[in-house]
Design a protein around this ligand. Sequence first.
Ligand SMILES: Nc1ncnc2c1ncn2[C@@H]1O[C@H](COP(=O)(O)OP(=O)(O)OP(=O)(O)O)[C@@H](O)[C@H]1O
Ligand SMILES: [Mg+2]
Length: 288
Amino acid sequence: MSLKLLHVSHIYAKDTPFEFAALKDINISIDKTEFIAIIGHTGSGKSTLVQHMNGLLLPTSGTVFIDDVDITQNKTDRFNARRKVGLVFQYAEHQLFEETIFKDIAFGPKNLKLTNEEIEMRVSEAMELVGLNYEEYKDRSPFDISGGQMRRVAIAGVLSMKPDIIILDEPTAGLDPLGKKEILNSIYQLYKTHNITVILVSHNMEEVAQMAERIIVMRQGGIIMDAAPAKVFSQAEKLEEIGLRAPDISYLMKELKKHGLDVDDKIFTLYGANEELLKLYKRGGINV
Ligand SMILES: Nc1ncnc2c1ncn2[C@@H]1O[C@H](COP(=O)(O)OP(=O)(O)OP(=O)(O)O)[C@@H](O)[C@H]1O
Ligand SMILES: [Mg+2]
């Protein structure tokens, strides 16, 4: 499975007074299973970018290849692309519409003309993956459950298509801390057990630091970094310039080093910090 964006630009409302260049010469290549985060300030073009990855938006110029097929050329290729690359929208719960959770999640597989048995299997699998018990929830209305659960139904709807790549646009925005944690755990479990590439759009650096293996940083419609988290977070000043931050742990480790503790100040996860401080403690390196 490979996904390539070559010189992709997108102009909204072209040739009108409202013309706006939302993407400028974007180049991205994904050719193995990985967990990628896309970060960037509000309005930097993240949602516009991910909608190009499954052909929902077409570039004003440039090309998008999925498994070496240029999906900008014809509708059939775009239809196939949407089966391979699933997109969970920002505030995806607004797109639920069926009278039962089962019907909502079954919508995609039904369009694929699968057998009833296969549809049922896909729906129950997808529900379990997002932590919703099949028997308990399948006949309930998707409007009768919590915001976090609604979002999980929306994610299950995409998973039921068995995509090779799942893109989640701010899946935790607006949820309470428990709801956030549950969704992130499901996504991470899915990644670890299902050989699926995950692309997570997020504002939350802690979230990204915990899970991503590659981070794409956007600024004003362009990509300014595309690298491993350690490399991205070592450039905290550059992130601050564009209204972002490194994870809090990075700042804490730098502060500890400044105060004379012999710690690695490139650590950016809670787990890493925990290990590092315990090691230091065992060496007798903490004297306060
Ligand atoms: N349909 C549209 N017509 C015109 N301009 C648009 C449209 N959709 C988005 N834009 C503009 O394009 C730019 C990029 O928008 P986009 O939604 O991709 O940003 P984003 O990084 O996802 O932001 P957020 O973090 O707020 O979700 C913004 O300036 C936005 O106002
Ligand atoms: Mg957005």
